[in-house]
Design a protein around this ligand. Structure first.
Ligand code: GLN
Length: 484
């Protein structure tokens, strides 16, 4: 195995025993980026100089016996997470040359752990999308089949991990943006409980739904990254002051007696039969491992999509009001007056999907429509959340497909936004309810990855990791890598 394919925990062992240096590991990833990224196109920015400098520092720490689990290991950061002195574009013309003066808390936490930041990952513009085709910069390709999408919006993060261009990555998830690309690229992605990971320095899309999380090659790595990034942060008012457990402690491979529910509404019309079959086989495996499997119903599930597409655009329209050409990023000044400058800045700076969301959200929040749309959506949101609460009185976790289909062709859904929105039906309800969920590799259909989603009650990330790890140890899917 070449060094760029090492997991975090494998790399850690080699770094610790001095069989590998961080500089060697970082160079292996940079070399891989040079080899394959003109095909995959996962990186908006490769921070090679900085990465090598950080790798040298890490090697010094290691030589002094000061090594933590992430020390010296390259990480890729989604380009909506602020990195001090490194361009953070949100894959938008609006922020194309925006260089943040500060680090997001998660970046700070990784740096405190000795991480090497190898670059910034492509995404759908402002995280609005499911394929990276909404990136104003370029589209990322799925390393399993370059004619297909890697999923989105954290498509660059997931594709780069699958392609061996980085050891792991951070993504953000508002309606599925960590889990769906993880599923499409056959890697592991966790959306933590709302409030578990600080959003400070995450460029806001929909503030009541956004959450940062890890995209990794396996479940152990996912637990290690969670250990580094999950903790209370006074700079994020929605951050929860719960103590952070050691997430590696639940990796026991023992799930005997756990109650796992299979919500029938997630096996939706429009789901590819092969995806359903792969997930059923995976569920059988969980049963063989000792879990108690039972079908369950979450009857409000079909409303989640409508609720999401009112709440998320409403919050987005408010959050994106700050891009007025005055304070941040792009500004167009070839006009006669301030209003025109503002209008033209937004007209030229935002892409079509972002404009669509701003219009949807502004409409839903406007006088006369607020009660009919926004308020009603909030009420249904409560019903969806209560439904999860009820089900979790009996079940330890729920198991579903991550997406109804395998990765689709580039261009296949761009003409029809609703088709694109439907690719998130299995992931959106989780953000609506604020609960955690993980996607792990669960097989292939026609040579393309299938992801399994495991959903838990608030702050039960340990249960999710425990189930995911047990499944992973009993299967080989996570070891498969695309040939590029
Ligand atoms: N695809 C969904 C959207 O476009 C979710 C995106 C996300 O999770 N950031 O809104």
């Amino acid at each position: 195995m070449s060094n760029n394919q090492l997991t975090i925990h494998e790399a850690h062992q080699l770094l610790k025993s001095k069989h590998l240096s961080s500089v060697e590991l970082t160079k292996a990833c940079l070399e891989r980026i040079r080899q394959v990224d003109d095909k995959v196109r996962a990186f908006v920015t490769v921070t090679d100089e900085l990465a090598l400098k950080q790798a040298q520092q890490a090697d010094k720490l290691i030589a002094a016996g000061d090594i933590m689990p992430l020390t010296g290991v390259p990480a890729l950061i989604k380009d909506n997470i602020c990195t001090k002195g490194i361009r953070t574009t949100c894959s938008s013309r609006m922020l194309e040359s925006f260089v943040p003066p500060y680090n997001a808390t998660v970046v700070e936490r990784l740096s405190d752990g000795g991480a090497v930041i190898i670059g910034k990952a492509n995404m759908d513009e402002f995280a609005m999308g499911s394929s990276t085709e909404n990136s104003a910069l370029f589209t990322t390709h799925n390393p399993w089949d370059l004619s297909r999408v890697p999923g989105g919006s954290s498509g660059g993060s997931a594709a780069a991990v699958a392609a061996g261009e980085t050891v792991y990555a951070l993504g953000s998830d508002t309606g599925g943006s960590i889990r769906q690309p993880a599923g499409f690229c056959s890697v592991t992605g966790l959306k933590p409980t709302y409030g578990r990971v600080s959003r400070y320095g995450l460029v806001a899309f929909a503030s009541s739904l956004d959450q940062i999380g890890p995209i990794t090659q396996d479940v152990t790595d996912c637990a290690l990254v969670m250990n580094a990034i999950a903790s209370y942060d006074e700079r994020d008012s929605t951050s929860v002051p719960n103590p952070t457990p050691d997430y590696t402690r639940c990796l026991t491979a023992d799930i005997k007696g756990l109650h796992l529910g299979v919500p029938k509404e997630y096996f939706v019309a429009g789901m590819q039969a092969e995806v359903g079959t792969a997930i059923k086989v995976a569920i059988k495996k969980l049963e063989e491992l000792g879990a108690i499997i039972e079908e369950v119903s979450l009857p409000h599930t079909p409303y989640a999509l409508a609720v999401y597409y009112i709440i998320a655009p409403s919050e987005a329209s408010a959050n994106l009001a700050r891009y007025d050409g005055v304070k941040y990023g792009y500004s167009y000044l070839e006009t006669d007056n301030m209003w025109q400058a503002m209008e033209q800045t937004r007209e030229r700076g935002f892409g079509p999907e972002v404009k669509r969301r701003i219009m949807l959200g502004t409409y839903a929040l406007s006088a006369g429509y607020y009660d009919a749309y926004y308020l009603k959506a909030q009420k249904v949101r409560t019903l969806i959340r209560q439904e999860f609460d009820r089900v979790f009185e009996k079940f330890d976790a729920l198991v579903t497909p991550t997406s109804p289909t395998v990765p689709f062709k580039i261009g296949e859904k761009t003409a029809d936004p609703l088709q694109m929105y439907l690719s998130d039906v299995c992931t959106l309800p989780i953000n609506i309810a604020g609960v955690p969920a993980i996607s792990i590799p669960a097989g292939f259909a026609g040579g393309l990855p299938v992801g399994m989603q495991i959903i838990g009650k608030p702050f039960s990330e340990e249960t999710l990791l425990r189930v995911a790890y047990a499944y992973e140890q009993a299967t080989e899917w996570h070891k498969k890598r695309p040939s590029l």
